[in-house]
Design a protein around this ligand. Structure first.
Ligand code: NAP
Length: 251
C-alpha cells in the first residue's frame, strides 16, 4: 500500500469519477469526492466507507472560482492538505456547429478547462510544500476531432495543453501532471449520447464495441486502474503524458 495522501476527485458522484474515488481509497488515500451536489456523492462515499476507507463528500461547481476556493478550504480543514487531484468533472452539450449556442460552448469549456485550471491552481501550493503532487486530467479521444463536439473536442484538446504546461511548471516541485484520454466508457455520459442520437444504449454499445480492437467498450474501472498507477510514487518519472485508454491504438 502506498503512503496515505489526501486526494480530490472531481465529478465523483458517478461514472469514471466514482470508480476513481473508490480506487484511490483502496490504494490507501483519504478521498474528497467532489461533485455539483455533495449529496450526489453519497453512493461513492458509502462504497468507500463500507470497505474501510475514509471519504468526504464535497459540493462545488468546479467552473466557479469562489466555489472552488470554498471546497478546497473544506477539504483542508476536514481531511488535510491535498496532494492528489483528479480533474474529472465533465459535461457534454453536443451539437453541430451551426446549431451550437454560445452558452453550449461556454458551459463545456467552463467545466472542463476553467474547472481544471481553477482546481489545479488552488491545490498546487499544497503539492509544492509537500514536495509531492499528482494531477491527472481527463481528456478524451474526442480531442482528435468528433462530429457534433466542437466545444467538447476543443476542451479535451485544451486539457492536453494544460497538462503539458503544468508538467513543465511543476515538475521541479515533485509534481507530475498527466492526462488520460478515454475512448468509449460505459457511463451516464455515453448513455446520454445514445439518447441524443436516438439509439438504444445497448445497440450503441454493441456498435461501438465492433469498432474497438479489444472488442468491448470500456468500464469506469479501466480508467481508474491507470489512475491508480499515475498517482502512485512509482509513477514519478511519467509526466506531461497523454495516455489513451481506448481498447486499441488511436491516430
Ligand atoms: P458522467 O457520468 O456524466 O459524470 C460526470 C460528473 O461530473 C457528474 O456527476 C456531473 O454532475 C459532474 N459535474 C458536471 N459538471 C460539474 C461541475 N461544474 N462541477 C462539479 N462536478 C460537475 O461522466 P463520465 O462519463 O464519468 O466522464 C468523466 C470524465 O471523463 C469527463 O471529463 C468526461 O468528459 C471524460 N470522458 C468520458 C468518456 C466516456 O466515454 N464516458 C470518454 C472520454 C472522456 P451532474 O450529474 O450533476 O452534472
Amino acid at each position: 500500500m502506498s503512503q496515505e495522501r489526501i486526494a480530490i476527485v472531481t465529478g465523483a458522484a458517478r461514472g469514471i469519477g466514482a470508480a476513481t474515488a473508490i480506487q484511490m481509497a483502496k490504494d490507501g488515500h483519504l478521498v474528497a469526492a467532489l461533485d455539483l451536489k455533495a449529496q450526489d456523492c453519497a453512493g461513492t462515499v458509502d462504497a468507500i466507507t463500507a470497505s474501510g476507507g475514509r471519504a468526504l463528500a464535497v459540493g462545488a461547481d468546479v467552473s466557479d472560482e469562489g466555489s472552488v476556493a470554498l471546497a478546497v478550504d473544506t477539504v483542508v480543514s476536514r481531511l488535510g492538505e491535498p496532494t492528489i487531484l483528479v480533474n474529472n468533472a465533465g459535461i457534454t452539450r453536443d451539437n453541430l456547429l451551426f446549431k451550437m449556442t454560445s452558452d453550449d460552448w461556454d458551459a463545456v469549456l467552463g467545466v472542463h478547462l476553467r474547472g481544471a485550471f481553477l482546481m489545479s491552481r488552488s491545490v498546487q501550493g499544497f503539492m509544492r510544500s509537500a514536495g509531492f503532487g499528482r494531477i491527472v486530467n481527463l481528456s478524451s479521444t474526442s480531442a482528435l476531432g468528433n462530429r457534433g463536439q466542437a466545444n467538447y473536442s476543443a476542451a479535451k484538446a485544451g486539457m492536453q495543453g494544460i497538462t503539458k504546461t503544468l508538467a513543465i511548471e511543476l515538475g521541479k516541485f515533485g509534481v507530475t501532471v498527466n492526462a488520460i484520454a478515454p475512448g468509449f466508457i460505459q457511463t451516464d455520459m455515453t448513455a446520454a449520447t445514445a439518447q441524443r442520437i436516438g439509439v438504444s444504449f445497448e445497440d450503441f454499445i454493441t456498435d461501438a464495441a465492433a469498432q474497438i480492437p479489444v472488442a468491448r467498450v470500456g468500464q469506469p474501472e479501466d480508467v481508474a486502474n491507470l489512475m491508480s498507477f499515475l498517482v502512485s510514487e512509482n509513477a514519478g518519472f511519467v509526466s506531461g503524458q497523454v495516455i489513451y485508454v481506448a481498447g486499441g491504438p488511436t491516430d
